[in-house]
Design a protein around this ligand. Structure first.
Ligand SMILES: [Zn+2]
Length: 374
């Protein structure tokens, strides 16, 4: 049964959808934010070089030739499948149930489900949020060219960093020591290409010399003053794709009481951590909260994938888990348990087997389990 959305509900629902994922589901084969026009005959060479741009940040599509080929995700479905607005909306709800769920959470007025009574006992809530929100970038359409420069900038930055077994000028190994305390060792540092900011001044100067300041700021490597953001967050954890290309990274604080514990880049996070584990072959995969828990399992040879933060499983990532049995091992705290239940539902609703890990003692995470249990 579908739940009716009011106007605000439709807007929340649209915000939960990735237009690229929708285009993919429609069979339009998006590549680098582009699809072929729905009216190829109006284009030279049948639009062999795609003319329709998809804007992930705005949720819009637009053909550069045809004035009538433009609009939002609902319009896209409507034009491709030749459906009315209402039927196109219904199609999207069927195809992206996770987005319906998320929209209902962010806009509870649209849901008819009874609300859970608030628990009475005091909850020790972790300082949450790991990710800076995606800002509205002044880019109308992120083009393949912009994507290309983003990737080049990330790669260039990572190349400036030191391997973890190189000391800083005082002979310290802060990132290495942090990981060793977490029982994550050399083989994993190398396999996952972990690096560290061993010399803030050197890296900052090199960035200013070699890169465009606006680009660095847009990607989220520097702050509004043009300085490297990772002063305390020295451990840099790249998100590699199946060809070991770093598409994204998170920076982890190496000292205990720094908050937030992790910093992320600005803009779109393209994939979960260790996405190459999602190879469409059948098998078990553990879904962790954050890269440190994921690395903990990887270090022990356990197949693991991570979401950047507890509430950051994107709807468009769910199909990547096709054919896997997913064990969700988020932290055993209130936030983790709530998110875990939602994530299990989201997988199950798309026919992917999923269940929560139930062995963790109250208030602990995967890394605690491996560092504190014998
Ligand atoms: Zn066109």
């Amino acid at each position: 049964m579908q739940q009716a959305f009011d106007r605000e509900g439709i807007e929340s629902f649209k915000r939960e959808l990735s237009i690229t994922a929708v285009a993919d589901r429609l069979g339009l084969c998006p590549v680098h934010g582009k699809i072929r026009c729905l009216h190829p005959m109006r284009h030279s060479h049948g639009d062999r070089t795609p003319s329709v741009s998809l804007s992930e940040s705005k949720g819009l599509f637009r053909c550069w030739v045809c004035a009538d080929v433009r609009g939002d995700v609902i319009e896209l479905v409507s034009q491709v499948n030749n459906l009315s607005f209402r039927d196109a909306l219904g199609w999207l709800k069927d195809m992206f149930p996770h987005a319906v769920l998320q929209a209902s959470i962010s806009n509870p007025s649209t849901t008819t489900a009874p609300k859970n009574p608030a628990p009475n006992r005091p909850i020790e809530k972790r300082v949450e949020p790991l990710l800076i929100p995606e800002p509205e970038l002044p880019i109308v359409v992120p083009s393949a060219r912009e994507e290309h420069w983003r990737e080049k900038t990330i790669l260039g930055f990572l190349k400036m960093l030191a391997p973890l077994e190189h000391p800083d000028s005082h002979g310290r190994f802060e990132a290495r020591d942090y990981l060793v305390r977490r029982k994550i060792f050399l083989k994993t540092w190398n396999a996952m290409r972990l690096r560290w900011v061993d010399d803030y001044g050197r890296v900052n100067d090199a960035l200013r010399r070699d890169f465009d300041g606006d680009l660095l700021r847009e990607v989220g490597i520097t702050n509004e003053h043009g300085n490297l953001r990772f002063y305390k967050h020295k451990l840099i954890i790249p998100y590699l794709d199946d060809k070991n290309r770093p598409l994204h990274f998170q920076a982890r604080a190496t000292e205990q009481d720094t908050t937030p514990k992790e910093l992320s880049l600005r803009g779109h996070i393209p994939c979960p951590y260790n996405v190459k584990m999602l190879d469409q072959r059948s098998g078990l995969v553990y879904l962790c909260e954050g890269p440190i828990d994921t690395l903990t399992l990887i270090d022990r040879g356990i197949p693991a994938v991570g979401v950047p933060g507890v509430s950051h499983l994107k709807a468009e990532w769910i199909p990547l888990f096709q054919n896997k049995s997913v064990i969700v091992c988020f932290d055993n705290d209130e936030a983790g348990r709530t998110a875990s239940a939602k994530v299990v539902d989201a997988f199950m609703s798309q026919g992917i087997d999923a269940k929560p890990l139930t062995i963790l003692p109250d208030g602990t995470d995967i890394n605690d389990w491996f560092t504190q249990n014998k």
